[in-house]
Design a protein around this ligand. Structure first.
Ligand code: HAM
Length: 519
């Protein structure tokens, strides 16, 4: 992403932050990667995101996992009689890598654990061997890597026994976040955010999904999202929250000048209602699934709701005739959904009911929605969201109903581009300062003064011997004025200021320069 496009992104983000502020949302920043398990449990194993789109890797260096090291030691040395762990995070430790002292047959073993062999780890041993009595201690390096010759030289005189052992048991699976709701709910649980009552949080940042890239669909994309979450007593379950979030989105899109949006709304029911619906789908799909695509055949058994996400054209006539979630809503859910619609109608937010809308993530309950935009073609969902009343509990937290959404920022910018070209929001230099020979310092002083007046100043340098070159640079930068800094100007404290559009040139006293340029 390059300028001037980045100016449009900044324009969008500034508008978004303004709108979020008016609705009293505050920013949360979550990690770019988290434990794979969080997304598997949060988003759902059977979703496309988790089953095929996550960027996941195995990270071996789970630092200082002493339980694992201890288990390894007791298996490897059954005669071990005492342990002493030296934690790299504690103040008394001199060691930046996890080490353990182990008493074995009356002799202490000093053990350094490293998943990947580094010079640092080897040096650690060397330092320890110099400080400790070699007759009482034996030194071991436990690593999954073989010891290369270069390291042999490093450890040369030290009695080190290197052992090539697999530390796989200490590895963990990590994933680049494919979405941010799971991360926000994890943060809610970890930081006991229920103490704050109702949390209204927003985020802007990159997400990652291994999808086939095409217009509007990328493997690294950006989301602008928000979540409203809190204990039930904070009102987090109220339909007023759903309606407020939707009304905020309508306001935001309108404010950005994207007026031809369509809000598609549905209720996917409570988790109990979903169980019944899923069962009805399973029954309905049993005689039909063999005619469907391979993914649907599997989903029809494992998670029938996901069949409704299928985009394969041949499967659509079958999907059209399947039971509808709306027929499975019980009174409470129906009332909740009616209340959301009622507030939307009263506040003047237009919407279309779409009983097929189930969204591609498993955590949704009750209200689910998408905003689409005609200009986007096949990838027409500009944003999506909904309620996730059971997510906190699924991740091991207390009851914390919530609702949120995420806007695809790439798509939002794309819809904007036609009406608002990036050039139109880019702030060009107000003035280009052209120093004559030997005048760089005076020009810098002047630039400093003018920038304090919130002017955009491009500062040239005196290496352009001819003024013509400075004029060319000023025009290329799109500056409104060029300001010439020569010896005479500095002496008289008045500077030649030329309007590049009109060609008018006047001499302006230093004290009046900022005002003149601003006019
Ligand atoms: P989602 O529908 O998976 O929901 O994504 C939200 C939006 O992100 C989509 O509507 C789309 O605009 C954008 N998006 C998704 N994948 C891509 C991609 N590969 N390239 C470009 N844009 C993409 C969620 O992520 C939920 N966490 C939303 C939410 C928040 N629900 C409750 N709270």
């Amino acid at each position: 992403m390059l300028p001037p496009d980045t100016a449009l992104w900044n324009f969008v983000e500034a508008a978004v932050r303004d709108v979020f502020r008016a609705y009293n949302f505050q920013e949360i920043r979550t990690p770019i990667f988290e434990a794979t398990e969080l997304f598997a449990r949060g988003v759902g194993e059977e979703t496309d995101i988790v089953s095929k789109e996550m960027f996941t890797w195995e990270d071996g260096a789970k630092a200082a996992d002493y339980a694992v090291y201890k288990r390894w030691i007791t298996t490897r040395f059954p005669g071990v009689s005492a342990f002493q762990q030296i934690d790299p995070d504690t103040a008394e430790s001199q060691s930046p890598v996890p080490t353990m002292s182990v008493q074995l047959d009356g002799k202490w073993n000093f053990i350094v654990f490293v998943y990947r062999l580094t010079a640092q780890a080897v040096l650690e041993l060397k330092i320890a061997s110099e400080q400790l009595d070699n007759n009482k201690y034996e030194f071991r390096l436990v690593t999954a890597d073989p010891l290369p010759d270069s390291f042999r030289f490093l450890v040369g005189e030290v009695a080190v026994i290197t052992e090539r052992v697999s530390l796989d048991i200490s590895s963990q699976l990590l994933t680049l976040r494919p979405e941010n709701t799971a991360g926000v709910v994890r943060a809610y649980i970890q930081n006991k955010l229920w103490d704050r009552g109702l949390n209204k949080l927003y985020y802007i940042g990159p997400q990652f999904r291994r999808e086939r890239p095409q217009k509007g669909r990328y493997r690294q994309f950006y989301q602008i999202g928000a979540e409203v979450i809190g204990p039930p007593a904070s009102g987090s379950e109220s339909p007023a929250r759903d309606a407020e979030v939707l009304e905020m989105l309508a306001t935001l899109l309108d404010r950005l000048g994207i007026t031809d949006w369509n809000l598609e709304l549905n209720s996917v029911g409570s988790s109990q209602e979903r169980v019944k619906f899923n069962e009805a789908l399973r029954v309905a799909l049993a005689p039909l699934k063999d005619k469907m695509c391979a993914d649907c055949q599997r989903r029809a058994v494992t998670n029938p709701l996901r069949v409704l996400d299928c985009k394969v054209p041949e499967d659509q006539p079958i999907i059209e005739k399947l039971p509808r979630i709306t027929d499975f809503l019980e009174e409470e859910s129906r009332k909740h959904f009616d209340a959301v619609q009622d507030i939307l109608t009263k506040t003047g937010v237009r919407f279309t009911l779409n009983p097929r809308l189930v969204r591609g993530l498993d955590y949704y309950t009750r209200t689910a929605f998408e905003f689409t935009h005609g200009a986007l073609g096949a990838q027409n969902a500009i944003l999506g969201g909904g309620r996730y009343d059971g997510l906190s509990e699924a991740l091991g937290g207390p009851a914390a109903p919530g609702i949120g959404f995420a806007i695809g920022e790439d798509r939002l910018v794309m819809s904007l581009q036609e009406k608002t070209p990036a050039e139109s929001v880019l702030r060009k230099p107000d003035v280009y300062i052209a120093p004559m020979a030997g005048m760089n310092a005076d020009a810098a002083k002047l630039a400093r003064e003018l920038r304090r007046h919130d002017l955009v100043v491009e500062l040239g340098d005196d290496s352009f011997r001819k003024l013509k070159k400075s004029f060319e640079a000023a025009e290329k930068a799109g500056a409104k004025y060029i300001l010439i800094v020569g010896e005479n100007e500095v002496k008289s404290d008045a500077f030649a200021l030329k309007n590049l559009a009109t060609g008018e040139q006047i001499s302006v006293p230093r004290a009046e320069l900022a005002q003149k340029i601003q006019d």
